[in-house]
Design a protein around this ligand. Structure first.
Ligand SMILES: Cc1cc2nc3c(=O)[nH]c(=O)nc-3n(C[C@H](O)[C@H](O)[C@H](O)COP(=O)(O)O)c2cc1C
Length: 344
């Protein structure tokens, strides 16, 4: 359940000096090895600017905007709010659910607007790499399994994020945990990479770095950020939720997603258990606008609301910079602990 104190109250004034220098901090020009991954409906200019202010990098989620004009306006708003700090755009390419795929359009907007960083997710972004690299844009591709990271590397992306079973959103079909993926990635991936899925403490960041990663990607832990536009009541419910309050659904249509256990999740699971899972039966329940309504109203009983097992760590609503500062303090403490364990 929620803790009464914010990180700032608990730990005193927040100071998140850069501590770790990795290929990811250098690639993005950021203070801390932390990516705030795309969040459908939620990752807009204010949230992304808060991530930038905190020394991380966030990604405006292109699919949240209905047309090119609104996306362009949001990118410009973000540029104004970030004051030159790095930010990016998330481009999700999930062919099965995309009724009118706008990826070509979005990529063109990104290039025309001079965006410097793109987070792709879903299918392999190979076809867009020449265009994006031609415009000087760095591409980080997000995958749910190490073998897809290897194929993205072969396709020429600049970096990859690998998310495990614990993650909010799409953990893929193979459902391998983040700890195993982190160890596998160290052996298989040559380009800079982030590990995610369940990351919500600084010790996990230190562990990921110790295992060979260059950074972490976080979604769920930031759902209690003050700067997120969602209704306060949504965040209060996230703060009260536990690691066991999520479920995996949509496996029947090969589009597994980890979401909050609510009426929608139960209805979907029931249809799938009856063997009746199909896009036609499930889409009306998981349609994006229902989820958006939950963020607006704070009533979380309906909608497929992506969140992961890092709900274990989302105890308090606080500014994103305080969350990042706590994470970095904990990461340093974990690194010190390792040093302290060395035998003389
Ligand atoms: C509410 C929510 C919405 C998300 N929407 C997207 C999205 O639109 N595109 C995307 O690539 N990833 C999306 N993700 C995944 C995150 O970017 C990130 O990879 C993931 O949350 C990391 O795992 P974690 O939740 O355990 O931190 C979403 C995650 C959450 C929690």
């Amino acid at each position: 359940m929620g803790q009464a104190q914010t990180a700032a109250e608990r730990d005193g004034p927040v100071a998140a000096e850069p501590v770790f220098d990795t290929r990811i901090t250098r690639l993005f020009g950021i203070a801390h090895p932390i990516l705030a991954g795309g969040l459908q409906w939620l990752a807009e200019a204010r949230y992304v600017a808060a991530a930038a202010e905190a020394g991380a990098i966030g990604f405006i989620t292109a699919a949240s905007f209905p047309d090119n004009e609104s996306l362009i306006a949001e990118i410009r708003r973000c540029r104004g709010l970030t004051g030159g700090r790095p930010f990016g755009v998330n481009v999700s390419m999930l062919p099965k659910l995309a009724r009118h795929e706008r990826v070509d359009d979005i990529m063109k907007v990104v290039v025309d607007e001079g965006v410097r960083f793109v987070e792709t997710a879903g299918r392999n972004p190979a076809e867009y790499i020449p265009m994006l690299h031609g415009a000087g844009i760095k591409v980080i591709h997000k995958v749910p399994a190490v073998r897809y990271a290897v194929s993205a590397e072969e396709a020429g992306v600049d970096a990859v994020s690998i998310v495990g079973y614990e993650c909010g959103g799409h953990p893929g079909m193979e459902l391998v945990g983040s700890f195993v993926q982190a160890a596998m990635a160290a052996r298989a991936v040559k380009i800079p990479y982030c590990i995610g899925g369940g990351v919500g403490t600084g010790a996990q960041i230190a562990a990921a770095l110790a295992m060979g990663a260059d950074g972490v990607i976080i979604g769920t832990r930031f759902l209690v950020a003050e700067e997120l536009w969602a209704h306060r009541s949504f965040k209060e419910k996230v703060a009260a939720a536990r690691e066991s309050d999520t479920v995996l659904v949509m496996q029947s249509v090969r589009n597994t997603v980890r979401i909050l256990r609510n009426q929608t999740a139960e209805a979907v699971a029931e249809i799938e258990a009856r063997g009746e899972g199909s896009l036609e039966t499930l889409l009306p329940l998981v349609a994006g606008h229902i989820g958006r309504e939950a963020y607006v109203s704070g009533n979380i009983s309906r909608g497929a609301l992506a969140m992961g097992q890092a709900l274990a760590f989302t105890n308090t609503i606080e500014p994103l910079s305080d969350i990042v500062a706590s994470l970095m303090r904990e990461a340093v403490a974990a690194a010190d602990r390792l040093k302290g364990l060395a035998r003389p």
